[in-house]
Design a protein around this ligand. Structure first.
Ligand code: UD1
Length: 355
């Protein structure tokens, strides 16, 4: 096996720290950096021993660090759905200016390979068929329908409920949140860079990631951490809508493994892959499994809803299997059961992300 020198950004984050371990275990030489933003790491966070405090918008420092680096593995990002438009500059600055600066530094130092964290949020809503089996562009769910407890996505022509289908990577990109907009922009910058430089880009579109050291309950956390936080407070997990919304939960160790295979595969040009378990599950099942395994109160189906949420988003794992040889190893059923007792991140995020 040849040792690859990898610059890993976001190395102190939830996903980045697992990628760090997986790359080191695979024998790669890792230069680990992280901006250690207070919005993710709190104000009293110490630089972990093996991670340097570097902001990816700092071109001179990146240019120095990139000497001798074969591949950049870019995990650094401000995450979550965004609370309101005040978060827009932070997403644009850290995620998009950050990626643009990184690409410039790679160009200046001749580094030709990028593996980057993308997200299922680039697709917006999932993929749907009507009862006649035809693919249908779903109507955006209306506030009056949601308030009346009508959660299913409907056919704009007939008003009929639609059935969900697996989302493939060539599905249209329809970002619906600030975070999603910044992820699409990151992919677009990276695509343009790969054309201009003939560099290689592999964008990994993570589905719902969960696992050890997931950040606790904040407006920027995913649902698995929200449910865990309810249980720890002795309260039932609160299920929004009717709990039948489908997602694909992928364990963070599988996400880390996907990064290692993407680095080792060194595919030419630009490619994007779903990183998912391939075993869809309802939000209701996630809540029930966590409550049962934790030994806490049974979840409540609240009928509440969040205006920006999509109904179903369920990924196809086919392309990542064929082109990267990636197959998730941890089934959501056992992974989520184990997550009921997994350690969560100890630091408390301090406020919204700043620019
Ligand atoms: C989540 C992330 C998104 C990330 C994506 C893939 C957030 C807010 N969303 O998208 O940024 O890119 O995974 O990793 O971080 N729900 C409840 N009870 C709660 C909270 C949520 O029932 O207490 C429901 C929501 O209404 C939704 C589902 O759970 O239907 C999933 O919610 P969530 O994990 O927040 O968002 P995703 O859209 O799946």
């Amino acid at each position: 096996m040849t040792t690859t020198r990898v610059l890993l950004t976001g190395a102190a984050g939830f996903i980045g720290s697992h990628v760090h371990t997986a790359l080191t275990d695979a024998g790669h030489d890792v230069v680990a950096v992280d901006a250690l933003l207070p919005s993710a790491h709190g104000t009293d966070s110490k630089e972990p021993e093996d991670v340097r405090q570097v902001d990816v918008r700092d071109l001179p420092t990146l240019t120095k660090l990139l000497r001798g680096v074969d591949v950049v593995c870019h995990q650094a990002a401000v995450v979550g759905a965004g609370v309101n438009a005040s978060d827009a500059p932070a997403y644009a600055s850290h995620n998009d200016l950050g990626t643009a600066t990184l690409l410039a530094a790679m160009h200046e130092t001749g580094c030709q390979r990028l593996v980057m964290a993308s997200s299922m949020v680039v697709y917006g809503d999932g993929r749907y068929r009507n009862r006649r089996g035809e693919f249908v562009e779903p109507a955006a769910r209306r506030a009056e329908e949601l308030a009346a407890g009508i959660f299913d996505t409907t056919d704009p022509a007939t008003g009929e409920s639609l059935d969900w289908e697996l989302v493939e990577e060539d599905s249209p990109l329809r970002p619906r949140s600030l975070y999603a907009a910044s992820k699409v922009a990151q992919e677009n910058y990276a695509f343009a860079w790969s054309l201009a430089t003939r560099g290689s880009v592999t964008a990994l579109r993570y589905h719902n990631v969960y696992g050890d050291h997931m950040p606790r309950d904040t407006p920027y956390s995913g649902v698995a951490a929200m449910f865990r936080s309810c249980l720890e407070a002795g309260e039932p997990p609160r299920i929004f809508e009717d709990g039948r919304q489908m997602r694909d939960f992928v364990h963070v160790r599988d996400v880390a493994a996907a990064n290692v295979v993407a680095i080792d595969a060194a595919l030419p040009g630009f490619s994007a892959f779903n990183v998912c378990s391939g075993q869809p599950i309802t939000i209701g099942e996630v809540a029930t499994t966590l409550a049962r395994e934790y030994g806490g109160p049974a979840p409540v189906v609240t009928g509440e809803y969040r205006p920006g949420d999509v109904r179903h988003i369920v990924a196809s794992p086919r392309l990542a299997g064929e082109k990267l040889g990636f197959r998730a190893q941890i089934p959501p059923e056992s992974g989520i059961a184990a997550f009921a007792h997994a350690p969560l991140r100890s630091s408390t995020p301090a406020g919204p992300p700043n620019v």
